[in-house]
Design a protein around this ligand. Sequence first.
Ligand SMILES: Cc1cc2nc3c(=O)[nH]c(=O)nc-3n(C[C@H](O)[C@H](O)[C@H](O)COP(=O)(O)OP(=O)(O)OC[C@H]3O[C@@H](n4cnc5c(N)ncnc54)[C@H](O)[C@@H]3O)c2cc1C
Length: 222
Amino acid sequence: MKAFIVYWHPEPKSFNHAMFITAQQALIGHGWEVMTSDLHAMAFDPVSSRANFRSVKDPHYLRPQIEERHATEVSGFSGDLAAEMAKLEACDLMIWQFPLWWFGVPAVLKGWVDRVFAMGRIYGGGRVYDRGALRGKRAMLSLTTGGPASAYVKGGSNGDLHGILRPIHRGMLQFVGFDVLAPHTVNGPVRMNDEQRRSELERFRRRLATIVEEAPMDVGQY
Ligand SMILES: Cc1cc2nc3c(=O)[nH]c(=O)nc-3n(C[C@H](O)[C@H](O)[C@H](O)COP(=O)(O)OP(=O)(O)OC[C@H]3O[C@@H](n4cnc5c(N)ncnc54)[C@H](O)[C@@H]3O)c2cc1C
């Protein structure tokens, strides 16, 4: 079984980085082959542009999806994107590790999706949702928040976390065919003491030990 962890945080000493390392160690310990993309360390360019392609369909007007379809046909993706797509297509389980920023993924991770989830190669031509190119694979969001768990429930100040994550779960992951596992959330690591944070890392390790047995969740309608 192959796992692919996509991680972004600007600080290598962050709690998110500790979760990224914990996930790698836990999965390797349970026999997984683990591929990673540490987008900050890689200085991954999140801006979609002509740099996505070695090929050119229309030199006069950039239509990203048209160029993506053409690049799919002629193997024309840039090296950085081809490498990410290969990991995406090889994995059985993908995990995104990130801090929740403005109720969403940080910009670099969003830019990774903009560039890597390419029409023709990853979706399109009727290959979406249950017929998506990546069907049969699983994906899980692993995130930290600043706000407490009590803020992320229906009626709480921020509202139900599942509603906040739905654009990612439905609009990105399920759209390209992934089955979505329940998110793994650590609320407010900044306000915890070291022992509480260590126990959160242990909780993550325990979950990953049996993740292969988990059933996908119902993303629901909001
Ligand atoms: C632009 C922006 C937008 C934001 N938007 C939102 C939002 O919409 N909703 C929301 O709820 N929050 C939001 N936040 C807050 C953000 O989600 C939290 O600050 C973040 O999730 C905390 O995680 P971290 O990894 O950055 O913590 P860090 O501050 O990096 O780490 C917390 C503590 O853990 C310690 N630590 C690191 N490694 C270990 C280890 N191995 N063992 C024990 N302790 C360790 C660190 O030393 C530190 O003291 C936002 C923040 C920013 C900057």
